[in-house]
Write a protein that binds this ligand. Structure first.
Ligand code: IPE
Ligand code: IPE
Ligand code: MG
Length: 229
């Protein structure tokens, strides 16, 4: 359990550094993705035990879809292997599994496994695990704009937010990025406007429950002003 008095309601994680984790061990990148997948499963259990209600994890960006075919094949193989089992575990924990992104960019059978996982866990009351897969923040904003145009009426900020893929989620309170880079890489561009940011050099497969707790403690010490004094 996190020793933390202020637990953020919504934590978002950019899971970066799988490839470098593998390289350090002279392993193929696919071994890093497998280790990252294992850590994703572990961390998602821990975060809900800490009292986090919404956990959103960036697993694959739209831009990642331009990686070499061999790497993508390996990633899709991992999704096939892990997705259904993880959905079953979440179902047992009463957590809803949600996916944001453009599923039409994925192999049809992978998209189908994802849809089944979401249907299997629908209505879980303990929290929501959202995986961002084939996700891009700019693409999401453009899709929402196009939907607003289709509806033929100007929208307010609140109405616009509902049109985003995250329409049912509150904005992230804490945004963690592992793997040393200090950038957002097209993740939750609109939603993270007032998120507290936490960057760590730790490569995602090494990002332990204990280090997650440290990020929560850092969050608890922040003074969120939202532009006010
Ligand atoms: C993050 O790890 C996972 C995905 C983007 C799919 P990377 O694959 O980006 O790992 P590095 O950044 O090359 O180490
Ligand atoms: C961001 O990592 C995307 C995910 C973690 C899924 P990248 O490895 O794609 O980011 P860049 O290329 O370093 O910005
Ligand atoms: Mg990376």
């Amino acid at each position: 359990m996190a020793k933390c008095n202020v637990v953020p309601g919504h934590v978002a994680v950019i899971m970066d550094g799988n490839g470098r984790w593998a390289k350090k061990r002279l392993l193929p990148r696919s071994a890093g993705h497998r280790a990252g997948m294992e850590r994703m499963v572990g961390l998602s259990g821990h975060a809900f035990d800490c009292g986090v209600k919404y956990l959103t994890m960036y697993a694959l960006s739209t831009e990642n879809l331009s990686r070499p075919e061999e790497e993508l094949k390996g990633l899709f193989r991992l999704f096939r292997e892990y997705f259904s089992a993880h959905a079953e575990t979440l179902k047992e924990k009463d957590v809803t599994l949600n996916v944001i992104g453009d599923l039409s960019l994925l192999p049809a059978d992978v998209a189908e496994i994802i849809r089944k996982g979401m249907a299997r866990t629908a209505g879980g009351t303990r929290g929501v695990l959202t995986l961002a897969i084939a996700y891009g923040g700019r693409q999401e904003i453009v899709a929402a704009c196009n939907e607003a145009v289709r509806r033929g009426k100007e929208v307010t900020q609140e109405e616009f937010e509902k049109l985003l893929w995250t329409g049912e989620l509150p904005p992230p309170d804490l945004l963690i990025r592992t793997g040393k880079e200090v950038r957002i890489s097209n993740f939750l561009l609109w939603q993270a406007a007032y998120a507290e940011l936490y960057f760590t050099d730790t490569l995602f497969p090494d990002f332990s429950d204990g280090e997650f707790d440290e990020a929560l403690q850092s969050f608890a010490a922040r003074d969120r002003r939202f532009g006010k004094v």
